[in-house]
Ligand binder design. Structure first.
Ligand code: ADP
Ligand code: MG
Length: 214
């Protein structure tokens, strides 16, 4: 079923292009989620960041390794997005990229290790634990599902599709949680009953990956 057996530079370009399109289409939705428990800028932040990422990728020479492209994407998010999500998503993509290193065509297993490194970078920076009602509640299950699929013999497409489904479930599961990190935590119990915006953007990140490798 898997159509792509390795991550190529073009795969990263497709991942980021697809994500930018989705973020643009969902910007109002992300912003509404953030308006409920934050400051209503998450869609704007992600949209600005992803537009800048596409611009930065266009500047890259042909033949640059996938990992290097992801590092460039991450660096761009850190420098163009003011909100918490810029440095956090920037750290994620940089972490994934650094773990992939110079490998010209990393395979499904290498991408799994790299996604885990990206998750670790997010947690090192933001110190969010599972259950704190953040992007970690979607990203953690996504990385776990990805790696479980690969451990079970699945290829890139199967693993990324499992990650995408797990992210969606994780995001839904943030609704009843009380936020313990980020702006939403200022609301205390009033943060209960709303989906976390960063968890919702995680669904877009994983969905775009699944499309890029599917
Ligand atoms: P800001 O909160 O600065 O306005 P955004 O609205 O762009 O930034 O992003 C908010 C999202 O960032 C939250 O929904 C949450 O998922 C994520 N977030 C905030 N703080 C943390 C943290 N410490 N660790 C992980 N994710 C976090
Ligand atoms: Mg915000």
């Amino acid at each position: 079923m898997s159509t792509v057996t390795a991550v190529q530079s073009q795969t990263v370009v497709e991942w980021m292009t697809s994500l930018a399109e989705d973020v643009k289409a969902q910007a109002d939705h992300l912003t509404q989620l953030d308006a409920a428990i934050g400051d209503g800028d998450h869609g704007i932040n992600m949209n600005r960041g992803m537009a800048a990422v596409l611009g930065a990728l266009e500047q890259q020479d042909d033949g640059v390794a996938p990992g290097k492209l992801l590092i460039a994407a991450g660096r761009t998010l850190v420098s163009t997005v003011g909100g918490a999500s810029g440095p956090l998503w920037g750290s994620f993509f940089r972490g994934v990229g650094r773990a992939l290193g110079d490998a010209p065509e990393p395979d499904a297993e290498q991408l799994g290790e790299a996604l885990a490194a990206g998750l670790k970078a997010v947690q090192d920076l933001g110190a969010a634990a599972p259950g704190d009602k953040t992007m970690v509640d979607a990203l953690g299950p996504a990385v776990e599902a990805y790696r479980a699929a690969v451990a079970g013999g699945g290829g890139l497409a199967e693993a990324a599709s499992a990650a995408s489904e797990a992210a969606a479930e994780g995001a839904k599961a943030t609704v009843p949680l009380q936020a313990r990190k980020g702006r939403a935590s200022y609301l205390g119990e009033r943060s209960v009953g709303h989906e976390d915006p960063g968890a919702a953007s995680t669904v877009l990140v994983m969905g775009a990956l699944a499309r890029a490798v599917g």
